[in-house]
Write a protein that binds this ligand. Structure first.
Ligand SMILES: [Zn+2]
Length: 532
């Protein structure tokens, strides 16, 4: 048996070296996303290499491997967990230093291509917010088609980079003995491939028929609206058709016209007794030339008080209300992990548990009770809309589920063979199979590469779906056992989340967090029920 104190020293010593480097890497990422300058890109690549270098010592890796193989000999559960977490961090960053560095560069390059992409429509360069707006509201078919095609053109610009990334990621994974990068990612994420396949199959069948009916209904309306025989992707309301702004016959945006979304976000979290003022003050929330067009929550280092920031490009509409509640959902989790935990465990339990909170908060955007009490929506309209709002939520969940199925199958195909000449048609085969959206005749473009996750957040999309499952299960538990009514505007719910979900951080496996916080293991039935 290894004496407990020596592994403890080894891990603590590593944590001490990790802290400043991790903080610098986080800062560099924030600086790149908020400025988009070449200097920031160099800084980001440099900080990334520095970070990766921390994991390059073969002796340390060997030592960690043997600790990991003999976990049971470690008495302290916290130390066991730290070893597990650190082992996975090392495992993700093994391999030839040149290849690892090349991957950093390619990821930064891809980020820059997405960040600087502008869709040229009618001779004008549009940002993503403008393309989204156009596809939501324009009735001009030619213009819609042009906008749709322009938004996909980033795919061609980034395709080579994405394929190269996939090849290199595979090479490293295979050298470590994994089948490919996809398989390695699931394993290091503590997701069991067979279990995930089972969940995907179950959700595919649970949504199959209702989604087909829904799509027939959408198509009927769109054919009438645009006076066409066949519905093409540009008739749909978003560039990827993975959200449902108008398919349930409701204009959610009008609830947010002229509203201060920052204020609504603050009030929503105040209602739970979770103060987000400290996050807002460090955040970068509005559109500006050069900054990333997306939305995310960033944690800068893990020193307490935690420095957590949100990047967004807020406009007063439903899309951005959802995004704000979502990102601040991540932020309250990050801000409230117990700071007395050892460094490596000051983190959320898993990507899927933090997505669960983010999705649960984002979903308030079409919740009639929240719209009334927090967003100040007026009485009569709201009553009329109540049924449509619940249809909207259901449609939104189904579309997300079907889009995750596309990504789940596509990324497996990509990592099975990054050089395949069939990826373009495989992508559209999946879009047709799961979303019932037909490919434009003769189209042979890398539309798959237009999805930013494929390049820079690989093998991640399933976490949104598992996050949805956890979110439905958690909300159900909160409202039936803790608050006995809506969880929002209830400080007891906030306290429960603090103690049961956020506080424990990464001290346990995500399955244990789900079990402890909801009284049962992950159970898809709550989510499936919400699709009825
Ligand atoms: Zn998220």
């Amino acid at each position: 048996m290894i004496p407990a104190s020596e592994p403890e020293c080894f891990v603590s010593d590593f944590e001490e070296r990790l802290a400043p480097v991790e903080r610098a890497a986080n800062e560099a990422w924030w600086s790149l996303a908020t400025s988009g300058t070449e200097e920031a890109q160099e800084g980001f690549v440099g900080a990334g290499k520095e970070y990766t270098r921390l994991f390059s010592d073969r002796d340390e890796y060997g030592k960690l491997r043997s600790l990991h193989e003999d976990l049971d000999s470690l008495e302290s559960p916290l130390l066991r967990r730290r070893v597990e977490v650190l082992y996975r961090m090392f495992e993700e960053r093994q391999g030839d230093a040149e290849i690892l560095g090349r991957i950093e560069e390619l990821e930064a390059e891809a980020n820059a291509i997405y960040g600087n992409h502008r869709s040229v429509v009618g001779g004008k360069k549009l940002v993503e917010n403008e393309v989204r707006e156009l596809l939501r509201s324009s009735e001009d078919e030619d213009l819609r088609r042009e906008a749709w095609e322009a938004s996909k053109s980033v795919g061609r610009a980034v395709e080579g980079t994405v394929r190269e990334l996939a090849r290199l990621r595979n090479q490293l994974a295979r050298e470590q003995g994994y089948e490919n990068y996809y398989a390695r990612s699931l394993e290091l994420q503590e997701i069991e491939a067979g279990e995930l396949a089972g969940i995907m199959a179950r959700l595919e069948s649970a949504t199959g028929e209702p989604f087909r009916e829904l799509k027939i209904d959408i198509d009927t309306k769109l054919r009438r609206k645009f006076d066409v025989d066949e519905v093409m992707p540009w008739h749909l309301s978003g560039p990827f058709f993975h959200r449902a702004p108008d398919v349930a016959g409701i204009d959610l945006d009008r609830y947010f016209e002229g509203k201060d979304l920052e204020d609504l976000t603050r009030r929503t979290f105040d209602g739970l007794g979770l103060d987000v003022r400290g996050v807002i003050s460090g955040s970068d929330l509005y559109e500006r030339e050069g900054k990333s067009q997306h939305a995310f929550c960033a944690r800068i280092g893990r020193a307490y008080p935690y420095d957590v920031r949100v990047l967004a490009n807020v406009r007063p509409d439903a899309y951005w209300m959802d995004a704000m509640l979502h990102e601040f959902g991540h932020a309250v989790y990050d801000r409230n992990v117990n700071p007395r935990l050892p460094y490596l465990l000051r983190d959320c339990a898993h990507a899927n548990t933090t997505e669960a909170i983010a999705l649960m908060m984002g979903a308030l955007v079409d919740d009639p009770g929240w719209l009334r009490s927090v967003a100040g929506a007026e009485g009569e309209d709201l009553e009329e809309d109540a049924a449509k709002l619940s249809a909207h939520r259901r449609v939104d969940r189904m579309i997300l589920t079907r889009f995750v199925l596309v990504m789940y199958h596509f990324e497996q195909a990509l990592y099975a063979d990054p050089d395949s000449g069939d990826l373009n048609s495989e992508w559209w085969d999946l879009v047709e199979r799961f979303l019932f959206v037909d490919r434009p005749p003769g189209r042979d473009e890398p539309d798959w590469a237009a999805v930013i996750h494929v390049a820079v957040a690989p093998v991640y999309y399933h976490n949104y779906l598992i996050g949805e499952l956890i979110s439905a299960q958690l909300r159900n538990y909160l409202e039936s056992h803790i608050t006995r009514g809506p969880f929002y505007e209830n400080e007891v719910a906030g306290r429960y989340l603090l103690e049961s979900f956020f506080g424990p951080g990464a001290r346990e496996d995500w399955r244990d967090t789900v079990l402890r916080a909801t009284g049962e293991p992950l159970n898809p039935k709550h989510f499936v029920k919400s699709l009825d």
